[in-house]
Design a protein. Structure first.
Length: 197
């Protein structure tokens, strides 16, 4: 387990004998499902957090243990409501869903939190180089001094956005229309995606 908290080790050690294997099992599954999870103690209970947000917590009582997702996060379980958490009064590991199902639930809760690190999905990096400027687009920009001046000051990313937009046009009419619009926007100092900011 990557990020563990000694206070949770102590919490588990002080728990009743029946609860220790339950808490250890839950802790291991949370770390398996979300390698970037961090541990904390809040309200005297073990918590698991992602990006500073509460993901789940567990607790041990005299005769049962509990495990739940913070704020519910849309996770439905048949025994929710019987006790604190989503799995009712947990008296043994057998009272929990099987490990694969529980890992899936934990990952689902993490995704719902918007915790991108929980299930890594790497975006393909865009090239930092600017593609060659099409001659017709270059001529249109050169014909409008404000556009030419602004385009030269644009970052490579802004330049690439406009070139990609123009060259992605399927029809000649569409390309001409995009060039005219691009020149107008560039002359006004607008990047390609100004409408969405």
């Amino acid at each position: 387990m990557a990020s563990t908290d000694a206070r949770i080790d102590a919490y588990i050690e002080k728990a009743a004998d029946f609860a220790k294997p339950i808490l250890k099992h839950l802790r291991a599954l949370v770390h398996q499902a979300c390698p970037d999870v961090e541990e904390a103690v809040k309200w005297s209970m073990p918590f698991f957090t992602l990006g500073g947000k509460n993901l789940a917590n567990m607790a041990a009582f005299k005769e049962h243990a509990a495990f739940g997702f913070w704020e519910g996060l849309g996770i439905e379980t048949p025994r929710a409501g019987e006790a604190m958490g989503h799995f009712g009064k947990i008296k043994s590991v057998d009272d929990l869903p099987d490990a694969d199902e529980l890992v899936t639930m934990i990952r689902s809760a993490a995704r719902q939190m918007g915790a991108a690190k929980a299930v890594p999905e790497k975006a393909k990096p865009r090239p930092v180089t600017v593609p060659p400027m099409p001659e017709d687009f270059a001529a249109a920009i050169a014909a409008v001094p404000d556009a030419q001046e602004t385009y030269v000051r644009f970052s490579p990313g802004y330049q690439r956005d406009y070139i990609d937009w123009v060259t992605d046009a399927k029809r000649a009419e569409t390309r001409l229309k995009r060039i005219a619009t691009a020149v107008e926007w560039i002359a006004e100092g607008k990047d390609r995606n100004w409408k969405y900011r």
